[in-house]
Design a protein around this ligand. Structure first.
Ligand code: NDP
Length: 295
């Protein structure tokens, strides 16, 4: 019987834990604050930012919403980040990507104070993650690790295949899976668009993490019987009726016939990514104020 991994339920537990931490911080006179910075007219980016703000409010984190005209000079964004770095009420800074072409996104990441970099993308935080001393684990791979933990999925000694090598999902996911740590210790292969014979690699995998961005790219025939399948993909496709439908990078119907456990889209990884941002924000607040919390 294939287990459908319920990301909404696990994310809800994470949010409850975060809300308790917010109470602990509140008793010590601290309200955690997250600044979201939007420099885009893109509807999807706007929606993501407003969802993040709503999530914050639900657990008692103060959401500070900063919007910058996408045509403004890059310096306006850099200066905003500098100001937020220095602002005591702000514990976490999230600049919604992508930023306009005239802005150097790497400069934005480098400028964000590592202690407030709740996305975990600053080079110092990336280095710490690779070194096994993470300050903030990036939200999506961390959320996936929490799903594996919640469903008792053994990673130790498992053969894992991560499809995708982006800085935000594929690379940090692979790094977490190879760590000498709980829900690590997997033998991990990272695949990408130049990989030869992806199907053979997937066919040997006990755990597959699909972060490709191609609708229903991986189907059941490519998977090993009983594999755990984590679908990161978020793809909007048009149905035969002309409606828009959200699908993952995995063909859910054929994959569920073969998999031991599988995340649905929506309702799998997505809610976890959102919950882990809250987790990192309270963690940042506790570190900055030296207040112990139980996360
Ligand atoms: P990127 O586009 O940055 O990376 C995609 C990766 O897939 C690249 O490494 C690319 O290889 C690889 N790839 C593309 N085509 C193939 C192929 N034919 N065979 C093998 N590998 C291939 O995407 P992201 O990592 O940012 O996102 C991936 C998906 O996850 C997207 O659908 C995105 O929307 C979603 N997402 C979902 C989140 C959530 O919370 N649920 C969070 C973040 C992302 P190469 O490097 O060679 O180009």
């Amino acid at each position: 019987m294939t287990e459908i991994i319920d990301g909404e339920a696990v994310a809800s537990e994470i949010r409850d834990g975060v809300a308790e931490c917010v109470d602990t911080l509140d008793e010590a006179g601290v309200q955690p604050g997250l600044a979201t910075v939007l420099m885009s007219d893109d509807d999807a980016s706007k929606t993501y930012v407003s969802m993040k703000q709503q999530d914050c409010e639900e657990v008692g984190i103060a959401a500070h919403d900063i919007e910058i005209d996408p045509d403004a000079p890059a310096a306006e964004l850099y200066d905003t980040v500098d100001e937020l770095n220095a602002e005591d009420a702000i514990n976490g800074i999230l600049v919604q990507m992508p930023v306009p072409d005239h802005v150097d996104d790497r400069e934005v990441l480098r400028r964000t104070r590592p202690a407030k970099d709740v996305d975990g993308f600053h080079p110092e935080n990336v280095g710490r993650l690779v070194a096994g001393d993470a300050r903030f684990k990036p939200c999506t791979p961390h959320g996936i690790q929490k799903l594996l933990e919640a469903y008792d999925i053994e990673t130790e000694g498992a053969d894992a295949v991560v499809v995708g090598r982006s800085d935000i999902v594929g690379k940090p996911m692979a790094n977490l899976l190879i760590q000498k740590a709980p829900f690590g210790n997997a033998t991990t292969t990272v695949c990408h668009s130049r990989t030869q014979d992806l199907a053979a690699k997937l066919g040997d995998a006990d755990i597959v993490v699909a972060a490709v961005g191609v609708p229903e790219f991986i189907d059941g025939s490519m998977l090993k019987e009983g594999a755990t399948v984590i679908d990161v993909g978020v793809n909007h496709v048009e149905t035969d009726e002309g409606d828009s439908e959200l699908v993952g990078d995995v063909d859910f119907e054929s994959a569920r016939e073969v998999a031991g456990a599988i995340t649905p889209v929506p309702g799998g990884v997505g809610p976890m990514t959102r919950a882990m941002l809250l987790y990192n924000t309270v963690k940042a607040a506790s570190q900055q104020h030296d207040i112990e919390i139980e996360l």
